[in-house]
Design a protein around this ligand. Structure first.
Ligand SMILES: [Zn+2]
Length: 460
């Protein structure tokens, strides 16, 4: 007996491109899609029917920090900072992260990570590549329990201290145990990576170009080649980072990354805000992937237009970073900010954005079996109910979804052949309990942060 999803619209494949199909059936056998076809199911098949449904591949989010998303919710928004991103990262988020590492009990950490993973899932991301610190590897257990497909990338750093010096420049202390952290990442790989048959994978996550020294990066490259895993890191996040790489190495970020083995089709670089057009050409030539996280920078008044990268031939997927996990909203914002940047309406079309959030993400993870509805692919999918005032009538369901829809319109989320959310209800855990416990844990960290002068006292 096959599991079958019957829907008005199915975003299937025509060769390597997505193609909209009408009145089709998605047949699922175990964890895989068996067929996408017009052949009606047998009477004995287990059929879920969605008269006004649009079935899409589950979104593949290639840059996230789901713990931070939950723990720092609402804190960065609307702050007066100068320079905004470095002040936020170095004066607020990193100190708060340190407090969280020191003060959260194992149970509290579990609940905050669980909240983040549920947020990601309900945001429409059946797969997420997520960066966090060593010591937070309970991430893998929570993903196993909740039903997410994850690629966990624990941070590896040479820098021990990052902050501002007396002149107001970003300053770093190096000499951290990067090789020790790399060794622990390798241990985690052997303990948790399930390959393509499972839902849990491990990637190597050098934190950023300015926090990792060349020898460490070269060692990470060697190790990734041995393990056959992907690498992800942050690049050109701030002008301060670019200036520091010039000062230390006399190179732009992409040249520095290339020198240290950090470019290639197994590497995903988050952000790349301050790269030149020449650097974009190098990224395109080397097949390096970029994770565009537009909202994270929009908070600071900075536009990182998706289409600038995609139009330069760079393999560009989408990430949420730690702002918020509603992936439909992320795709829409990526689209509007691209149109604004180029002052052209046709730039970053709904179909292009949909492909960026699915196929391009899968490509970055070297997973041709994800991000598509086709025979042999993993059964990771979403069903959107289009029978809503904001989604009817339907001219093109993908356009309606990207420009007018929301993750709240999802009525079924399936990962690895198993329904994990149905009609908004999480099927794998007690969501209410997790929300309550995580909120309590976050408030504890905020209160300590306020006492230490990292955060202002909250009004609540
Ligand atoms: Zn990040």
């Amino acid at each position: 007996m096959a599991q079958v999803i019957a829907a008005k619209y199915v975003l299937g494949m025509d060769g390597e491109r997505q193609s909209l199909l009408q009145d089709h059936y998605v047949y699922i056998e175990g964890s895989n899609i068996e067929a996408v076809t017009q052949d009606a199911p047998a009477a004995t098949d287990d059929v879920l029917r969605y008269e006004h449904g649009l079935v899409t591949p589950g979104f593949v989010n290639i840059h996230s920090h789901c713990l931070n998303g939950a723990l720092f919710r609402g804190i960065p928004d609307d702050l007066t900072l100068d320079p905004w991103i470095p002040e936020l990262i170095y004066k607020i988020l990193m100190p708060l992260g340190k407090i969280a590492s020191d003060e959260l009990s194992a149970a509290e950490l579990r609940s905050v990570i669980a909240l983040g993973l549920i947020d990601v899932l309900k945001g429409g991301c059946t797969t997420v590549m997520d960066m966090w610190h060593h010591g937070q590897e309970v991430f893998f257990d929570m993903a196993r329990e909740l039903g997410n497909r994850v690629v966990g990338a624990p941070n590896i750093l040479s820098a021990t201290k990052v902050g501002f010096n007396a002149k107001g420049d970003i300053d770093y202390a190096y000499g951290g145990d990067g090789l020790g952290q790399l060794a622990r990442s390798v241990e985690l790989f052997h303990a948790h990576d399930e390959g393509r048959d499972g839902r849990i994978q491990v990637a190597l996550g050098p934190h950023a170009m300015d926090t990792c020294e060349p020898d460490l990066l070269r060692e990470i490259r060697k190790t990734a080649d041995q393990l056959g895993c992907v690498i992800t890191t942050h690049l050109a996040q701030t002008p301060e980072e670019v200036a520091l790489l010039w000062r230390r190495y006399g190179k732009e970020p992409v040249a520095y990354a290339q020198d240290c083995g950090m470019l290639g089709d197994d590497v995903t670089l988050a952000h790349c805000v301050h790269v030149t057009d020449d650097e974009l050409a190098v990224l395109a030539r080397t097949g390096t992937h970029v994770a565009n996280c537009v909202i994270s920078f929009a908070r600071a008044g900075i536009n990182v237009p998706y289409a600038r990268f995609a139009d330069a031939g760079v393999r560009t997927g989408i990430g949420t970073d730690s702002h918020g996990m509603n992936f439909v909203n992320e795709l829409r914002t990526a689209g509007f900010f691209s149109k604004l940047h180029f002052n052209k309406g046709h730039v970053a079309s709904a179909h292009q954005l949909m492909a960026a959030g699915t196929l391009a993400g899968a490509d970055a993870l070297n997973r041709p079996d994800l991000g598509r509805l086709a025979a042999g692919a993993k059964a990771d999918l979403l069903v959107f109910d289009l029978f809503k005032p904001h989604l009817q009538p339907v001219w093109d369901p993908v356009k309606n979804l990207i420009w007018k829809g929301s993750a709240a319109d999802i009525v079924l989320i399936m990962v690895h052949g198993k329904p994990v959310v149905r009609n908004g209800e999480l099927l794998t855990a007690n969501e209410g309990e997790i929300i309550r416990d995580a909120a309590k844990a976050a408030r504890k960290i905020w209160e300590i942060g306020a006492r230490q002068g990292v955060l202002p006292e909250t009004a609540l």
